[in-house]
Structure formats: structure tokens, C-alpha cells
Ligand binder design. Structure first.
Ligand code: FAD
Length: 478
């Protein structure tokens, strides 16, 4: 397409949306051209900010007619390069930020895609209900982005991924048509479950503009503990014990290695050592209950675990402030890794029962490949989802270390694959894992993905080059 027709497209969008909503100034666009980790940097003709579903639809229609691709952006907190543009339009959903309705009896709320996750949680809380999706980025990620990535987070073991928390969607399709699938039903077998096609599709099949979310009863009591453990195996044994005794009341079980707590205590501000001694592994445990007993139950269960030598030490929070302080130990970990040096990151999943085996195999293989590499493997043990991160060896150049990323991908992903796991657990595929799918995804599944993409977006307008690898690999689809 020629520059003059690009100018025509932008003029048409300015006329329809208002000039202030079509941003072309490079300083105002800068934050939309890269993501937080800065691994990818893109270019765009403009950042376009529609105010409602109809304006999203007319933007998509205009782009489709002009043959200009679009990439949707919510909070731009994604970590896999999925929201980084490659020359077309960035479609920001930030202005679609209304809670359209809340039905406390049906326990559902209808929200627009640009609602910040924390705002959704607060709206549910105001009605005495719970929207349980919870991520460290919840103050800036937006619900459309959460659904487009099928976000996970810390409450998945009790409530499921974003996929499990949605009943209906409104989606703008690649040709600009609006699909109104905003049903608030818990049973609806009238044909294919289309909404689930769009959940986790990372903006490659349609633009999510609104959603009906499933709400849960708000727990009357919640208790948090930090536990010192002898090993990852002990963490798994404790998880199994707590699950069998607390059932659905176990709402978080997060794993951290000794190195993880060390760097949190070294670099994070305002954190407090949970107990005097050091342990090989730690777990952040949370129990929630519709009755008042969460703290007493957690204390009893951890008391037994200490007696049975499943756990080495434990502290139970006595106040909301203490609970927040314990959560900070876990939540700071993503951030403080940067302060310790460059990181090579893998977001992977294996069966919960095989996490200790995975940690042992992958750690040994990486340490053998690069003596001195520091394994920082942590995450959602309750879901089998580990952020298997590697911190640069002391004394090694960051750039030289990061050059080894493909080599470590091969080591870690081969082990995950051999263990029937997933190389993309909760952050998605985006750009960073796209071509890894060629090696690890079943060829029939890849064929189905390509057919779905071609059926729903035949002209390749929506987030081209992301998620779905071309048959010949990166070059053809970049
Ligand atoms: P964006 O980053 O804006 O977009 C992500 C992808 O979705 C892109 O491909 C984009 O094109 C597409 N997209 C966005 N909005 C729409 C839409 N309305 N319609 C169609 N496509 C759309 N993720 C987890 O799963 N679990 C975690 O625990 C977690 N913790 C995190 C902690 C930190 C500190 C950070 C920075 C990130 C974390 N993430 C986590 C990753 C990220 O926050 C999630 O992927 C989140 O769901 C992205 O939401 P967003 O609004 O920022 O989406």
C-alpha cells in the first residue's frame, strides 16, 4: 500500500473517531511499540483509540479495506511479543472501559475489553462477589488482554484460567462484523463454543470488545502462610496433603527456590525475612473459606505438616498487612531478577506430579551446559506451571549470556516435550514461542490452527506473524 493511501486511511479514521484518537507522534506512540521486557521493538503507522464497539468495528473495516494490519493492545503487559506491531495500526482498547452491568443473582458481570483487571475485581467486590483472576500485573493489564492470552496467575488451582471465568464474548471479526455472543449462561450447547476460539488466540482471530464474566462467592476468611521446605519434592508432598485436606479451599500454592528468596531479600524494597533459617525451597500457601475458619485450618494443617516433617518451618500471617507482606515475597520475584542480572526465561508446564522431576532434569542439564548459571525456577506449582528462568553467571557479560537463549530453549523445551508438557504455559506464544511450535506442536494441531486462522482472517489483517508459524518457518510469516 502506498504512503498516500496510508494517509487516506488515517484521515478517514480521524474523521470518524476524532483527530485526538489517531496518534502518530513518535513520543506518544513509543510505549505501544515495545513491551515491558523490551525484547521486541516494532513500528506502527498510528495508535488508534476507539471509544466503543462500533468504533472498533469501523476501524477494523477501514483497515481491512486498505489492507493494513492491526494489532490489538490492552495494557501491553504481555511478555511474549504478541502485542508488538509490525508496521500497521495499534488498536488500543483502553477507552472501552465500562462495566456494562452486574447481575449478583446470576453471579455475572458484563465488562468492556479495556477494563483494567483490578477495576473488574473491585466492581465484583463492591457487589459482595469475587472475580478471582489475579496476576502481578493486575493494576495495568486489561480484561480483553487477559482473555486474549487466557491468563493464568495465582488462583488457577481453585478457579481455573481466564478461559474458565468467561461465559460470553463480543468480538469484532476481521471483516469488521460484530459477533454478539454476550450470553450469561452456564449451559449453552447450541452449536460450537465459539467464544473459546477467541480466548487465548492473542488477537489473531478477532478483537474482543466485551465479555460476560463468571463471578464467585467472596470468601469470608482467607489465610496466608510462607513455608520453608527441604526440597521441591517436599513442596509437592505438602501440596498433595493440603489439597486432600482443604479441597477447593486451597486457593494458592506458589513455589520459590532458595535463590529466589535470596534475591528478593537482596533487592526488593520493604520486604522482611519470613523466618530466621534458610531452606532449599519455599511455598506461599493460601486457604480461603466461605466460613470463618481459614486461619485455624491453615494453622492445623501446617502444624501437622511440621510434625510429620513435610515442612521445616512456617509462618502464618496474623493480619491483612502480614498477608500482603508474604505475598510481596512471591510477587517481587519477577521484578528483582532483573536487578540480579540478565535472565533467560521459560514459561512451561508439566503434570503437577512431575514438577520435581522436571526441575531436577532441567536444572542439571542447564548447569552442565553453562557452569555457574543460576537457576531461578518458581511459580504456580499447584498448576504444574513453572517459570524456569536462568540468571546469568556472575562475571559473564549479559549479552553473551542472552546469545545462549536459543540453546537453552532447546535444552529446556526438549525436556518439557519429553515429559509431555507445554512449552507455553500461561504467557502465550506471541513471537517468542511461535517457531518453537514447529518443533513441539502436533502437526495436525498446527494444520488446524492454520485453517482456523485462514477461515476467520483470510487476508491476514489481525496480528499477522504472531502465534501461528508458517509451514516453512519464521521468514515467511514474520
Ligand atoms: P496486552 O499485553 O495488551 O496484549 C496481549 C496479547 O493479547 C497481544 O497479542 C494482543 O494483541 C492481544 N490482545 C490484547 N487485547 C485484546 C483484545 N481486546 N482482543 C484481542 N486481542 C487482544 N500472565 C499470566 O498469565 N499469569 C501471570 O501470573 C502473569 N504475571 C505477570 C506479571 C507481570 C509483572 C507482568 C508484567 C506480566 C504478567 N503476565 C502474567 C503477563 C500479562 O500480564 C498477561 O498476559 C495479561 O493477560 C496481558 O493483558 P494485557 O491487557 O496487558 O494484554
Amino acid at each position: 500500500m502506498s504512503p498516500s493511501s496510508h494517509a487516506d486511511l488515517l484521515d478517514a479514521l480521524r474523521a470518524q473517531l476524532g483527530p485526538a484518537q489517531v496518534i502518530t507522534a513518535s513520543d506518544a506512540m513509543a510505549g505501544h511499540l515495545t513491551e515491558m521486557r523490551g525484547l521486541y521493538r516494532g513500528t506502527a503507522l498510528a495508535v488508534v483509540r476507539p471509544a466503543n464497539t462500533e468504533e472498533v468495528a469501523l476501524t477494523v473495516r477501514a483497515c481491512a479495506q486498505a489492507g493494513v494490519p492491526l494489532v490489538a493492545q490492552g495494557g501491553n503487559t504481555g511478555l511474549v511479543g504478541g502485542g508488538v506491531p509490525a508496521g500497521g495500526i495499534v488498536l488500543s482498547l483502553a477507552r472501552l472501559d465500562r462495566v456494562r452491568s452486574l447481575d449478583p443473582v446470576n453471579a455475572t458481570m458484563t465488562v468492556e475489553a479495556g477494563c483494567i483487571l483490578a477495576t473488574v475485581q473491585e466492581a465484583a467486590e463492591t457487589a459482595g462477589l469475587l472475580f478471582p483472576l489475579s496476576l502481578a500485573s493486575e493494576g495495568s493489564c486489561r480484561i480483553g488482554g487477559n482473555l486474549a492470552t487466557n491468563a493464568g496467575g495465582t488462583a488457577v488451582l481453585a478457579y481455573g484460567n481466564a478461559r474458565d471465568l468467561v461465559l460470553g464474548l463480543e468480538v469484532v471479526l476481521a471483516d469488521g462484523r460484530i459477533w454478539n455472543g454476550l450470553k450469561a449462561l452456564r449451559k449453552d450447547n447450541a452449536g460450537y463454543d465459539l467464544k473459546q476460539l477467541f480466548v487465548g488466540s492473542e488477537g489473531t482471530l478477532g478483537i474482543i470488545t466485551a465479555a460476560v464474566l463468571k463471578l464467585h462467592p467472596r470468601p469470608a476468611s482467607t489465610a496466608t502462610a510462607f513455608v520453608g521446605l527441604a526440597s521441591a519434592g517436599a513442596a509437592l508432598a505438602l501440596l498433595t496433603r493440603l489439597r486432600s485436606r482443604a479441597g477447593g479451599r486451597l486457593t494458592a500454592f506458589e513455589y520459590m527456590p532458595r535463590f529466589g528468596l535470596e534475591i528478593v531479600l537482596r533487592h526488593a524494597e520493604g520486604v522482611v525475612r519470613p523466618f530466621a533459617g534458610d531452606h532449599a525451597a519455599y511455598a506461599l500457601v493460601e486457604i480461603s473459606s466461605e466460613g470463618p475458619e481459614a486461619e485455624a485450618l491453615l494453622e492445623d494443617l501446617l502444624g501437622e505438616a511440621l510434625q510429620d516433617e513435610l515442612a521445616e518451618d512456617a509462618v502464618v500471617a496474623r493480619s491483612t498487612a502480614q498477608s500482603k507482606a508474604l505475598w510481596r515475597l512471591r510477587e517481587s520475584l519477577s521484578e528483582v531478577q532483573r536487578r540480579e542480572g540478565a535472565s533467560i526465561k521459560h514459561d512451561v508446564a508439566v503434570a503437577v506430579s512431575r514438577v520435581p522431576e522436571f526441575l531436577e532434569r532441567a536444572s542439571a542439564a542447564c548447569e552442565a551446559a553453562l557452569p555457574g548459571v543460576r537457576v531461578c525456577a518458581f511459580g504456580h506449582l499447584g498448576d504444574g506451571n513453572i517459570h524456569f528462568n536462568l540468571t546469568q553467571p556472575i562475571g559473564m557479560e549479559a549479552a553473551a549470556f542472552l546469545d545462549l537463549w536459543p540453546r537453552f530453549n532447546r535444552i529446556v523445551h526438549d525436556i518439557v516435550h519429553a515429559m509431555d508438557g507445554s512449552i507455553a504455559a500461561e504467557h502465550g506464544v506471541g513471537l517468542i514461542k511461535r517457531d518453537e511450535l514447529l518443533r513441539y506442536k502436533d502437526p495436525v494441531a498446527l494444520d488446524l490452527m492454520r485453517r482456523l486462522k485462514a477461515a476467520l482472517d483470510p487476508d491476514g489483517i489481525l496480528n499477522p506473524g504472531k502465534v501461528v508459524p508458517s509451514e516453512s518457518g519464521a521468514a515467511a510469516s514474520a
